[in-house]
Write a protein that binds this ligand. Structure first.
Ligand code: 3HC
Ligand code: NAI
Length: 708
């Protein structure tokens, strides 16, 4: 059996090393191993101090989320209880120094706070990200962190879930010292020093000096609750974590811990935790592509070419430069090139203003982007990403050109959002090297990238594109080559259904409000106005799904934000204002179509908008254009503002119950016609009492069996 916790003694200091790759999570066996090592150190007369450290790339990154998942679903014993361990560390008669590198997160930071001292590498980070999993810290973190950093800073860390860096942690009192150079050696020296000093080695739980006054705390807690409601809309855990901090400042330590435990258990029993834990693993599963393994060869990317310096091309060039990859940025005319580079510079300047980048870093990145009007240098590029207008004949022309110029192993990528990758690939002599890399706008901000495999794309090219997205700090999700790929394909029926709802009696703002209250970042009409009604018009028209109001607004030149009016009016260019003219127009088109208008409930809005989207998701899965239902969830959470605390559309469907959704679809079919036809996969799963999650799990098992 592998030894999860190692015990050695170096110059009178006990060194306890947690070695549980990849991130030293507190899985079963780890807390027990640390407890045994602490006990041994306490009784070993040759030991005067203890250093607790992590092996590999990080200190402990928290509880084992797999075990939390089991607990949330009522399976298995759940995460080990580490309260006794924390007490034994804090009560250890010898000073315990925790040495942190990488990320001390969640239970990892809670473990560290039970030590008497914390030292860290300069680039270490610490955080309590539990709210991102729909829970609150459950290993006394809500009681210890305020004692170390003060109530205000603790509330900020708990509610935001964001990590802080080592210098900030020292400033706040969370870390005692930064160790330059070798962390282990520095920590041992520090431990010997504090042991020699004789103490006192204060227990965090006894430190009350930063716990504030009732008056100051009342204001901090109220502001924290306000922040939680605003920044973590509709979520429970960010509010409950403040209840636990309130316990820290009003109750004795032990009672505060009891309160914390009650709240964690309540959170773990709720939908929010199950959905967010699903989202956590779904996001990590996307990198696992069937048929591709660690052994699959990838092309190394040292130099890139981007064609088109418009909205997307400029952003893509920035993303490449941010990762240190030199980019040739090609345009057809000087004015467009200058505009593109000016916009790149402006985006960088805005990051400098916000303190996210230094002026020097900006200049270094700009220097990596070479604007040009020719294909000079493209022969050496390892990847060329095309981002010209969305026009098939233009794309084919461009791919014909690059096919003649690019070296044999150059990956040829298109950023198209709707066009057929195979048709584009057909314009080259090497369709196996062609792939879609669909960035979202703005490319330098949005994490999601759909990697679109064509019928003939080599698996090495897929592996290269997936690895590149990771290197660019993006989240690449592999999808198949169908119209709109996964994300936009599901948007269309959703958008159309919303337009049907307004014809039947709702208003755009009523639909958007219902969607916003459900948790969507924006309502669909506001999204349509932002993307441009011309874009939606073209696609809906092509697929014969255009509605009368959409058609009329387009004909009136109300194209959304860019023309100051679409489904809403805009005075400042971006804040939607309800427009009676649009509502009157909708009433007219409804009347002309003989649609009897009625009052429509929020519940109907949510059911129709989401169930039609879920049905399309099922079709995509059935047709094999997404690998997993969970991939669709990741796409919607990271690219389309779907609330993560609902787990994504397919997970949400599971929580509603596929049988219920199927029955509602049948009902909508009776009322609204064949457009509402349940996809066979959905019908089958509903019939079998199954879920999309079970469908994914069964597929993973089948793939694993086929590998054996
Ligand atoms: N438990 C179980 N598995 C974990 C894990 C955890 N806490 N953290 C990461 N992993 C797994 C991932 O699933 C992934 O597995 P895979 O290779 O099979 O897909 C692998 O470790 C590597 O993870 P990443 O791909 O995310 O690696 P990165 O290097 O990009 O990031 C990280 C490392 C910053 C540590 C990131 O993994 C992370 O944020 N992890 C979660 C941290 C967290 O939320 N901790 C709190 C847990 S809740 C808790 O502690 C409750 C406590 O209060 C009791
Ligand atoms: P854009 O209109 O902003 O930019 C296109 C640029 O390509 C223009 O600057 C144009 O001068 C240039 N161009 C045209 N022909 C060229 C050629 N032969 N060589 C070099 N440059 C040429 O368009 P945008 O929005 O950047 O879109 C580009 C691609 O990205 C399209 O395929 C689009 O569907 C896709 N896309 C767009 C998104 C968006 O939100 N704008 C999101 C995701 C994908």
């Amino acid at each position: 059996m592998v030894e999860l916790v190692k015990f050695t003694v170096e110059t009178g200091v006990a060194l306890i090393t947690v070695d549980n790759p990849p991130v030293n999570a507190l899985s079963a066996g780890v807390p027990e191993g640390i407890a045994a090592a602490i006990e041994r150190a306490a009784h070993d007369a040759s030991v005067s101090a203890v250093v607790l450290i992590g092996a590999g790339r990080t200190f402990v990154a928290g509880a084992d989320i797999k075990q939390l998942e089991e607990q949330a679903h009522g399976r298995g014993p759940g995460a080990p209880n580490i309260h006794q361990l924390l007490k034994s560390i804090e009560d250890c008669p010898k000073p315990v120094v925790v040495a942190i590198h990488g990320t001390a997160l969640g239970g990892g930071l809670e473990l560290a706070m039970a030590g008497h001292y914390r030292v860290a590498s300069p680039d270490a980070q610490a955080g309590q990200p539990e709210v991102n999993l729909g829970i609150i810290p459950g290993a006394e973190g809500t009681q210890r962190l305020p004692r170390l950093v003060g109530v205000g800073a603790a509330v900020e860390m708990f509610v935001s879930g964001k990590s802080i860096r080592a210098p900030e942690a020292v400033r706040l009192g969370l870390f005692d010292k930064i160790i330059e150079g070798d962390l282990k050696a520095g920590a041992i020296a520090f431990a010997r020093h504090v042991a020699d000093s004789g103490g006192p080695h204060r227990r965090t739980r006894d430190r009350n000096e930063k716990l504030g006054s009732p008056e100051s705390n009342a204001a901090i807690l109220a502001a924290g609750r306000e922040q939680a409601r605003k920044t973590r809309r509709n979520m429970i855990a960010p509010l409950r974590v403040i209840d636990a901090v309130e316990a820290a400042v009003t109750l004795p330590f032990e009672e505060g811990c009891r309160r914390e435990r009650e709240i964690v258990e309540q959170c773990l029993a709720g939908e929010e935790a199950r959905a967010l834990i699903h989202a956590f693993f779904a996001e990590r599963a996307v990198s696992k592509v069937r048929g591709i393994s660690q052994e699959t060869r990838t092309h190394s990317i040292r130099k890139a070419g981007v064609i088109g310096a418009g909205t997307m091309g400029g952003g893509i060039a920035m993303v490449l430069a941010n990762a240190g990859i030199p980019v040739l940025l090609k345009e057809t005319d000087r004015a467009a090139l200058d505009r593109g580079m000016a916009s790149v510079r402006k985006n960088y300047e805005s990051s400098v203003k916000k303190g996210r980048l230094t002026a020097q870093e900006m200049e270094e990145r700009l220097a990596l982007i070479q604007p040009q009007l020719t294909y000079d240098g493209f022969r050496d590029a390892d990847i060329i990403i095309e981002a010209v207008f969305e026009n098939m004949s233009l794309k084919k022309q461009v791919f014909g050109e690059i096919d003649r110029i690019a070296k044999g192993d150059c990956v040829l990528a298109t950023n198209t959002s709707t066009l057929d990758i195979d048709e584009i690939a057909g314009a080259t002599s090497r369709p196996n090297m062609v792939i879609g890399i669909h960035f979202f706008s703005p490319a330098h901000v949005m994490r999601l990238v759909e990697v679109v495999r064509g019928a003939r794309t080599d698996k090495e090219v897929i592996a290269t594109a997936m690895a590149l997205t990771k290197r660019l700090r993006k989240l690449g999700v592999l999808v198949g080559n169908c119209r709109g790929f996964v994300g936009n394909r599901m948007m269309l029926p959703y958008m159309r259904e919303a337009q049907c709802l307004v014809e039947e009696g709702a208003t755009p703002s009523q639909v958007d409000q219902a969607l916003y209250d459900f948790g969507m970042a924006m309502g669909i009409f506001a999204v349509d106005d932002m993307g441009g009604l011309d874009l939606a018009w073209r696609v809906l028209q092509d697929t014969k799904r255009l509605t009368k109001p959409g058609e009329r607004l387009y004909a009136m030149g109300r194209l959304g934000q860019k023309t100051g009016a679409g489904w809403y009016r805009y005075e400042d260019g971006r804040t939607p204002i309800r427009d009676p003219e649009v509502e009157a127009l909708i009433e007219t088109t409804a009347k002309q179509a003989g649609i009897a208008r009625r009052s429509i409930s929020s519940e109907e809005i949510i059911e129709r908008c989401l169930y039609i989207m879920i049905n399309e998701g099922a079709r995509i899965l059935d047709e094999g254009f997404a690998q997993r239902a969970a991939d669709i969830d990741t796409i919607y959470i990271t690219g389309y503002g779907f609330p993560a605390y609902r787990g994504g559309p397919m997970w949400y469907a599971d929580t509603i119950g596929l049988q219920k959704i199927y029955e509602r679809i049948l009902e909508f079919q009776r009322r609204h016609g064949e457009y509402w036809t349940a996809v066979p996969l959905l019908e089958q799963l509903a019939h079998d009492g199954q879920t999309f999650a079970a469908f994914d799990a069964a597929n993973e098992q089948a793939v694993a069996r086929s590998r054996e």
